[in-house]
Design a protein around this ligand. Structure first.
Ligand SMILES: O=P(O)(O)OC[C@H]1O[C@@H](O)[C@H](O)[C@@H](O)[C@@H]1O
Ligand SMILES: [Mg+2]
Length: 216
């Protein structure tokens, strides 16, 4: 029997990958580095600083900046990204998300967000679903990013269930890996990449029933 739901944000609740891409592409261009949509796939689920490191390495500039300079660059990208987030509305919720969260609430299943994004609270407010979650893990308090299971273990703790009693929803391979590494049941929300490691694979949350998942 499952007792709680753990959600990734980007790619599961809403799709902000394209907004991250626009902001990173501009920053990379400023540094004379070109990135494309294929490369952008590598940035899904990983932290802001890890994304910057990957972009710099892609352009052969991994040793060109001090830590302070990299922090300034990451901050600049985030400023642009947050500007792009201003236009987010409840229409940007992915298919079936609102209905699924409503159903979880009516079944009294606690829900928690486990996202690498420091902008998660703001995004959830813009989407008008902030109040549907019992907790949001603060990624700045974590020592390791996905695929490490730390964020999912902390998420389960936040809603007072064990990882084995929780169902995790993820769209990225690294996320599914983290979910499975702590013994959680993994639902893979497949957008671009196949998620073979997931226990259950769907395109949209409207393919799922809360009652069925609780029986897993
Ligand atoms: O820069 P933020 O909002 O803190 O986000 C960190 C990461 O959050 C993840 O959810 C995204 O998939 C990554 O692409 C992003 O880099
Ligand atoms: Mg994601």
């Amino acid at each position: 029997m499952k007792k709680g739901f753990v959600f990734d944000l980007d790619g599961v609740i809403t799709d902000t990958a394209n907004l991250h891409y626009i902001a990173w592409k501009d920053l990379a261009a400023m540094l004379d580095i070109e990135i494309d949509l294929v490369f952008n796939e590598k940035l899904k689920g990983i932290s802001r600083m890890d994304s910057l490191e990957k972009i710099l390495a892609h352009g052969g500039k991994e040793n060109d900046f001090s830590l302070a300079q990299k922090e300034t660059l990451a901050e600049e990208k985030n400023k642009h990204y947050v500007e792009l987030l201003q236009d987010l509305t409840p229409k940007d919720l992915l298919t079936g998300v609102k209905e699924f969260l409503d159903s979880a609430r009516s079944n009294q299943v606690p829900c928690v967000v486990a996202s690498a994004s420091k902008n998660a609270p703001f995004i959830l407010q813009k989407l008008e679903v902030y109040d549907m979650f019992d907790a949001i893990v603060d990624p700045s308090t974590l020592s390791k990013g996905k695929p490490d299971p730390e964020i999912f273990i902390r998420a389960a703790e936040a809603i007072h269930v064990s990882p084995e009693e929780a169902v995790g929803f993820e769209d990225a391979k690294a996320g599914i890996e983290g979910i499975k590494a702590c013994g959680m049941f993994a639902v893979g929300v497949e957008t671009t990449e196949p998620l073979e490691q997931a226990d259950l694979r769907v395109k949209h949350l409207n393919e799922l029933s809360v009652a069925d998942l609780l029986q897993k």
